[in-house]
Ligand binder design. Structure first.
Ligand code: MN3
Length: 205
């Protein structure tokens, strides 16, 4: 059976709506080229996997795992990332409210302390990767974690709430090598409503 084709999701805002924090040029390349490439390569790998599965070729199926993880992770991570962001005119920036705000205060002491921890861990990622605020259903708490490459946070059983992409393609055209400035600026466009909805869904399930 042919696998269901994965598709590039539309952004919930225009490419230049996140300026001056993220330039329209970065957003367009990031979405149309990078994210699209993960989707295209994922579909190709899934198709080959289905073919290998039909033939019972376990060797081939194992060989395809890393391409599926890398491109599938890239597709999932970016799909979350786009919705985690919003222009200030659409509610981006500010601080979380409600149950998520309480969980952040309880876990990290304050919103400022959370931002500091998230920023320092995310900035310190060696090479390419992602910083995450996630929810651990087993520990029943939120936590800040990082992942290299496109490894999905769900690997360790956690539910992703907020991801920040620190691959150079996410900031280099604008911030050059200064990753800390990009991470500092991104707080101005975080869609806390989206993050809070993800948190509420995670604790309810
Ligand atoms: Mn990216």
């Amino acid at each position: 059976m042919a696998p269901k084709e994965q598709t590039l999701p539309d952004l919930p805002y225009d490419y230049n709506d996140l300026e001056p924090v993220i330039s329209g040029e970065i957003m367009e390349i990031h979405h149309k080229k990078h994210h699209q490439a993960y989707v295209t390569n994922l579909n190709a790998a899934l198709e080959k996997y289905a073919d290998a599965e039909e033939k019972g070729d376990v060797t081939k199926m194992i060989q395809l795992q890393s391409a599926i993880k890398f491109n599938g992770g890239g597709h999932l991570n970016h799909s979350i990332f786009w919705t985690n962001l919003a222009p200030p005119s659409q509610g981006g920036g500010g601080e979380p409210e409600g149950a998520l705000a309480s969980a952040i205060d309880d876990t990290f002491g304050s919103f400022e302390a959370f931002k500091e921890l998230f920023s320092s861990k995310t900035t310190a990622i060696q090479g390419s990767g992602w910083g995450w605020l996630c929810y651990s259903p087993t520990a029943e708490r939120i936590c800040v974690c990082t992942r290299p490459n496109q490894d999905p946070i769900s690997d360790g059983g956690c539910v992703p709430l907020l991801g920040v992409d620190v691959w150079e393609h996410a900031y280099y055209l604008q911030y050059k090598n200064v990753r800390p400035e990009y991470v500092k600026a991104i707080w101005g466009i975080i869609n806390w409503k989206n993050v809070a909805e993800r948190y509420e869904a995670a604790i309810a399930s």
